[in-house]
Design a protein around this ligand. Structure first.
Ligand SMILES: Cc1ncc(COP(=O)(O)O)c(C=O)c1O
Length: 369
């Protein structure tokens, strides 16, 4: 008999679940030149300053690549618990907040269930629900990008598993009103997820809500304020009654690598440094917003984050974003007409010289039109 295996026909779509076969709705930043050194990367809301010195030292000293991290990640959860003033048992980590959001979707969503979101908001929520075969009900943001509370409460039905509130919101950058959030938390008969990935820039947090309200889960990340996007560390804070369910579904070692865990703990021991970084980014943001307003027709929206949503005096921002790319500067544009942001670009706050370069090139491109 020949030792050569016969190539048997097999169609993977015969086993892959229907929702997974559909094209994903999430549009990431195009990847082509992203990692080229010469590009100015203002498209992913990363910190331009890198990790804190203590995190850098922890990464440089790390040699234990041959050992698994602690299965329960207690040291990391202890450090986060101290930072957020909850118990370590309420913390569930993952490879970024995205990973932990996915855990919640897995824990709660069956086909035919739904979630309620308010677009324009972070695109991953819709994508994760769709992959579970769940529906996404959009109750769009209203004036000043605030929540339509009555609309959200009316949209919740007996198949709604959670309402997701992103505050400060990405990509609009603004804080949502606390009284609106409180009303939803108190009146919606489902879970309420508060994604506060940019909380440290806003100086506002809902981390105490899972202790105050049994239906609130809060998501946070080390990617933004701590300059650790590449290390992939995010976490959820859940109410005590929810913790046993999350224990059942959380990945071994919470999906956080040993070195990422050490770096995150070191960052949380370097909060004074990180608070200084946040203050610099906030000051640069406000300076950039003021300078953008000097360009005729350009209107940055109020931001409590490390990025600005900027309305341009054009019908479609896509060609401007492309021209910035041609000139070595990456920013985001949201072309889907449903979001109503075609005239806008989103720019992450970079180093002062990067912000200046962006400003100069944008003024030049708009002046040339
Ligand atoms: C609102 C929001 N939530 C969550 C995330 C995901 O963060 P992480 O890097 O922790 O997965 C992002 C990243 O851009 C975000 O903007």
């Amino acid at each position: 008999m020949s030792s050569q295996a016969v190539l048997r026909q097999f169609d993977p779509s015969s086993v892959v679940r229907g929702p997974v076969q559909a094209k994903s709705s999430y549009v990431p930043s195009p990847r082509d030149e992203r990692h080229a050194e010469h590009m100015v990367r203002l498209d992913m809301n990363e910190s331009p300053y890198g990790p804190s010195p203590k995190a850098q030292a922890a990464i440089a000293a790390f040699v234990t690549t041959h050992r698994y991290p602690d299965f329960d990640q207690w040291a990391l959860r202890d450090a986060i618990a101290e930072y957020t003033s909850v118990t370590p048992e309420q913390i569930f980590c993952g490879a970024g907040a995205d990973d932990v959001l996915n855990l919640l979707a897995q824990a709660t969503l069956d086909a035919g269930d739904n979630i309620v979101i308010s677009e324009p908001t972070f695109g991953v929520y819709r994508m994760q629900a769709t992959l579970r075969g769940a529906d996404t009900i959009d109750v769009p943001l209203v004036d000043d990008f605030q929540l339509n509370v009555d609309g959200i409460l009316a949209a919740v039905d007996d198949r709604t598993k959670y309402v997701i509130i992103c505050t400060p919101n990405n990509p609009t950058g603004n804080d949502l009103r606390r009284e609106d959030i409180d009303r939803i938390v108190q009146e919606a008969p489902c879970l309420v997820v508060i994604d506060e990935a940019y909380s440290e820039f806003a100086g506002v947090s809902y981390a105490d809500y899972p202790d105050r309200f049994q239906n609130v889960v809060v998501f946070r990340t080390m990617s933004k304020f701590a300059g650790m996007a590449g290390m992939r560390v995010g976490y959820a804070i859940v109410p005590k009654a929810m913790a046993p369910h999350m224990e059942n579904i959380v990945q071994p070692c919470h999906n956080v690598s040993f070195v990422s865990s050490e770096a995150a703990i070191a960052s949380l021991n370097d909060l004074e440094y990180l608070r200084g970084i946040v203050a610099s980014i906030v000051a640069s943001r406000d300076e950039l917003a003021a300078n953008l307003r000097e360009i005729p027709g350009v209107e940055p929206y109020p931001s409590s984050t490390n990025f600005l949503l900027v309305k341009l005096p054009v019908e479609d921002a896509a060609p401007v974003v492309q021209e910035l790319r041609n000139r070595g500067i990456l920013v985001r544009n949201f072309s889907s007409p449903g979001l109503g942001l075609q005239r806008c670009l989103r720019v992450t706050i970079g180093l002062p010289e990067e912000n200046e370069r962006f400003l100069r090139e944008l003024a030049d491109i708009l002046g040339a039109q």
